[in-house]
Ligand binder design. Structure first.
Ligand SMILES: C[S@@+](CC[C@H](N)C(=O)[O-])C[C@H]1O[C@@H](n2cnc3c(N)ncnc32)[C@H](O)[C@@H]1O
Length: 495
């Protein structure tokens, strides 16, 4: 590999400059036994590494709240107060669900970052902005041939390129174009249309992998996270913010530090003793490999315990149709009836039961495939009822399955097993072929990550298959009881 010593010295210079800027902030602290290191050789950018053994509960660094770049601190607030009047709708990272004229916290932070970046050396956050990334490994930036390595992974439908383009065209460009004097200082050359779009994408992706979620009054911020528990914790309006130094921490499913949120400052605190040479790691939440890749552009072995695979209802429905030997025209009507149900689901997520890390950031319990989603069982039963209704009770198998719990369970498991087999076929390679590919260590990092994601999904399918097979065996080996008559109950529950 060619060594670009200029790029290396710029990288080091950026780190040095950022650290001395950070340490000069009133109220900031940075523990003497930690250092920002160059981890590019393991594709991890910058990270923070312990330089000596560190005890549990040590404050590693302190970030004063007024150094956070967000709606409360941005100078744009005085220049363009009207854009700070946010839409109340919840928005996702594409800013998509908020179709009003107003900004949402996501698009506002993109504007704040673009504005700050364009101020160049007159920005008080310049040394921080200089260490933020300009390129990303998230699938949003992959070529079609790189994306094809993801095969049948459902993540390909969640990349959100089109939504991001739409959001930039409707919420970002019009504001910048209407206020060139605010965004472009007199010394700067205005950017072309394409450059501006690129810059907006860059800032959007930066927010996705670096921003923290802060409460509007800046009292109880939570790290930007999709994890349900953390979502519940967040009450009231939230505000996104860029938190210098906290976002230099890399993360994994086992971690040794946590960001605490106090009134005047955020602190990074060690969760357990950290050895000299160990990287200080944060936690981004119980994310699957696919989600980690989509949002952060990397994967790790330990996150694979949260891998999931989507099983579409259409695969399950086709498998059931063939088991019930239902004619296509009958099945079309059955499907139409099932889809009328207000809780109808197009797809179901197969996942392991995977306990969260402990309070010291360790994974102490294994992840195991232990069940199919309850809602899938309910929709399956609904489908049998629809079949009974459409065929006027003439489909013997559907009838029997509705009346006999064991029979229904067997039909259910066999149907799902068939759907799982079909789902495995949707990927172009097998689990074993993916393992071989990975052991050859592909030189393209993106290909390697894509293979890891699809392999993880195939492993979940493999484990689901094994679990279903065991369940079927148990059912076969059970002593024969009287079949449970559910006919009366079924009659009462109409679809
Ligand atoms: C909040 S930043 C962490 C600091 C980042 N390494 C840097 O150089 O600025 C998040 C990004 O760091 C990288 N990252 C975080 N944890 C990582 C890990 N365990 N392995 C590899 N890359 C990681 C990913 O690129 C991710 O999008």
């Amino acid at each position: 590999m060619e060594v670009d010593s200029d790029a290396d010295s710029r990288f080091l210079e950026g780190t040095r400059h950022f650290l001395s800027w950070f340490q000069s902030l009133p109220g900031a602290t940075f523990h003497k036994d930690i250092a920002i290191e160059d981890l590019r050789s393991r594709n991890a950018g910058r990270g923070i590494v312990a330089q000596a053994d560190i005890a549990a509960d040590t404050v590693l660094f302190t970030i004063p709240r007024n150094s956070i770049l967000c709606a409360a601190t941005s100078p744009l607030k005085d220049k363009l107060p009207e854009i700070f009047d946010l839409d109340n709708d919840d928005e996702d990272e594409s800013g998509d669900e908020s179709d009003g004229d107003n900004q949402n916290s996501w698009t506002l932070l993109i504007l704040i970052l673009i504005h700050e970046y364009l101020q160049g050396s007159s920005s008080q956050w310049k040394p921080y902005l200089d260490v933020l990334p300009s390129t990303f490994n998230t699938p949003m930036f992959w070529t079609p041939s790189q994306l094809s390595f993801l095969q049948a992974s459902a993540v390909t439908s969640r990349i959100g390129q089109e939504e991001a383009d739409k959001m930039i065209a409707s919420k970002i460009l019009p504001v910048i174009r209407s206020h060139p004097q605010i965004f472009f200082p007199s010394s700067a050359t205005p950017l072309s249309h394409d450059q501006l779009i690129q810059l907006a994408h860059r800032m959007g992706s930066t927010i996705m992998s670096y921003a923290f979620d802060l409460e509007q009054d800046m009292e109880i911020p939570e790290q930007l996270e999709n994890d349900d528990e953390w979502e519940e914790d967040r009450e009231g309006k939230t505000m996104l913010g860029m938190v210098p130094m906290a976002d230099i921490l890399n993360a994994d499913a086992e971690f040794n530090a946590h960001i605490n949120h106090a009134e005047d400052a955020l602190t990074a605190v060690s969760l357990r003793p950290i050895r000299k040479g160990e990287e200080i790691l944060n936690f981004y939440g119980p994310l699957s490999s696919a989600e980690l890749l989509r949002r952060y552009g990397y994967v790790t072995e330990k996150h694979a315990r949260w891998d999931v695979v989507e099983l579409s209802w259409s695969l399950i429905s086709s498998a059931l149709q063939s088991k019930l030997q239902a004619q296509p025209e009958v099945w079309e009507k059955v499907c139409a009836l099932v889809q009328q149900d207000e809780e109808f689901e197009e797809a179901f997520v197969l996942e392991r039961q995977s306990p969260d890390p402990s309070s010291t950031g360790l994974l102490e319990e294994p992840a195991e495939f232990t069940s199919l989603p309850d809602e899938l069982g309910e929709q399956f039963k609904l489908c049998l009822k629809a079949c009974k209704k459409i065929t006027d009770s003439k489909n013997d198998m559907a009838l029997r399955a509705l009346n006999d719990k064991d029979w229904r369970k067997r039909l259910y498991l066999e149907t799902i097993l068939e759907a799982v087999t079909q789902r495995e076929r949707e990927y172009g390679t097998t689990l074993e072929q993916d393992d071989q590919l990975l052991s050859a260590n592909p030189s393209d990092q993106r290909e390697k990550m894509a293979v890891w994601v699809r392999r993880g999904e195939k492993l979940v399918l493999r484990e689901a298959r094994a679990w279903i097979t065991t369940q079927l065996e148990e059912l076969r080996n059970r002593p024969v009881d009287q079949p449970q008559d559910e006919g009366r109950a079924a009659k009462r529950r109409r679809i």
